[in-house]
Write a protein that binds this ligand. Structure first.
Ligand code: UDP
Length: 464
């Protein structure tokens, strides 16, 4: 029953005077849980400053968990004085913007110093609302640090999703900055101390175990996609709506402008491809950038390479595209290329496949999990422009095979990667952890009986 969560009642010491006092008050309605994404606003438009897969994940997971019976509060940092402090997404899912540092955009590399203020603001919010979140799910390492402080102060179940891993990002660096060292230490600590961390692919689980720590609980729950939005649309219909040439072969990139996304490899691969030699290729690049920020610098660098390899006429920089129009771009494309150096998951791959667009991706991380070579696309070594060129050409020159890939790609996503399925798995994990923690409290109180006796308290946990 999704709307009236079942109650799991377990004995626990509840007297406020008791030394065995539980941090959890009995909650009459839904069980509130906190999702934290300190550096990104799940209420903002995807593709805006630093908004990428993490924002999509937190918002989609939050809304899907609310549909399953939880009260979901998503916490972020307020980045503009005019922004509403609370945005209600649906009856039981909202974003809460906490004041931590200047109310202005601050790049994630500069944000760590404001995280103590974030913890303080979170605790003030809890006291004001009279709520104690028994379960906190953090996202990205900055929020992991926040979660670890909360865990040190109260009995919470702490879950973490990494989204990006310092251990992979800094692997090739000869020396690491003090901030990079802090990130690595926090990423290790959260794995060893959280109730559980969520790996979004089997590859991410292996990476965590081999590069971060052998200790810790890891559950594999993939990312998902909105199957109603990302769907098959006839190619020519999409091109007509977008004003794209029906005769061209369209190669699509969707994502942030960041050197680790490997866009340079894609541009150089297109320049080498047979499709380019034949002269009917169009490279479409979707993603926002701001001239003042790091993504603006990367975009400028890419534009220079486009010019240098003689692709200016064939390249379209569409800027940031909303999820309302993105399905048309995926559908209009003949192939979607994901040339990332590393991806723990890579949402773009499943969005493209859900729209029936074959994917050529780097043979790394979560892309190895989502893309089935020869069935839904092709995997090639990261940064190998000749291999990318050959793979793109294979798909562009074999129409019959491309049609097969299209069908198989869409079936794979439909069967494995829906947000509602992801939310069910996360919900089951939360329920297990909360039930276990209540049991632990009960055992603890049973061993050391309270002079005031125990009262039955209920925590309302959505039923399976
Ligand atoms: N995205 C978007 N508009 C754009 C570019 C990207 O909505 O112009 C979205 C894209 O649809 C996907 C997310 O940004 O949902 C990128 O997620 P992914 O996991 O591929 O990469 P990340 O940003 O997490 O590195």
């Amino acid at each position: 029953n999704q709307d009236s969560p079942a109650s799991v009642g377990l004995n626990q010491a509840q007297s406020s005077a008791s030394p065995f006092h539980s941090t959890r008050p009995a909650i009459p309605g839904r069980q509130p849980i906190a999702l934290i994404l300190a550096h990104g606003d799940a209420a903002t438009e995807v593709g805006a400053q630093e908004a990428g897969g993490q924002n999509v994940y937190v918002r989609q997971v939050g809304e899907a968990l609310a549909k399953l019976g939880w009260q979901v509060d998503i916490f972020t940092r307020k980045t503009h004085p005019d922004d509403e402090p609370i945005v209600q997404h649906s009856p039981h899912c909202r974003t809460i913007r906490l004041v931590a540092g200047p109310q202005a955009f601050i790049a994630r590399q500069e944000l760590f110093e404001y995280m103590p203020q974030f913890v303080e603001a979170f605790q003030k919010f809890q006291s004001k609302e009279g709520t104690n979140y028994p379960l906190v799910h953090t996202n990205y390492w900055l929020s992991a640090w926040v979660g670890l402080q909360l865990q040190a102060e109260s009995n919470i179940q702490l879950i973490h999703t990494y989204h990006s891993l310092g251990a992979v990002k800094y692997k090739a660096l000869a020396a690491r900055s003090p901030m990079q060292q802090i990130r690595l230490a926090v990423e290790r600590q959260i794995l060893e101390q959280a109730s559980c961390v969520v790996a979004t692919s089997p590859q991410e689980r292996e990476t965590l175990q081999s590069l971060v720590s052998e200790q810790g609980c890891i559950e594999m729950v993939p990312c998902g996609t909105d199957l109603e939005n990302f769907r098959i649309i006839p190619k020519m219909e999409a091109r007509e709506q977008l004003g794209l040439d029906p005769t061209e072969q369209i190669i699509l990139y969707v994502g942030r402008f960041d050197p680790c996304k490997g866009i340079e490899t894609l541009v150089r691969a297109v320049a080498m491809s047979q499709a380019r030699v034949k002269g009917n290729v169009r490279l479409v690049m979707a993603g926002g950038s701001d001239a003042e920020l790091g993504d603006g610098q990367e975009r400028q660098r890419i534009e220079k390479i486009v010019q240098e390899v003689g692709l200016t006429q064939q390249t379209l920089f569409s800027g940031r595209l909303g999820h309302d129009v993105l399905p048309l771009y995926y559908a209009a494309a003949d192939v979607c290329v994901i040339p990332s150096h590393y991806e723990p998951f890579g949402l773009v791959a499943i969005e493209a496949m859900a729209c029936g667009t074959p994917v050529v991706a780097s043979d790394v991380g979560g892309l190895k999990f989502t893309v089935i070579p020869e069935e839904t696309g092709l995997l090639v070594p990261a940064q190998d422009k000749a291999a990318f060129a050959a793979a793109i050409d294979r798909i562009l020159t074999d129409e019959l095979w491309a049609t097969q890939l299209k069908e198989q790609a869409s079936v794979r996503v439909r069967q494995n990667f829906s947000w509602s399925g992801v939310a069910i798995e996360l919900s089951n994990l939360y329920r297990r952890l909360l039930a276990q923690s209540l049991l632990d409290e009960r055992l603890w109180s049973a061993q050391l009986p309270s002079p005031w006796g125990t009262e039955v308290s209920q925590v309302n946990v959505p039923s399976a």
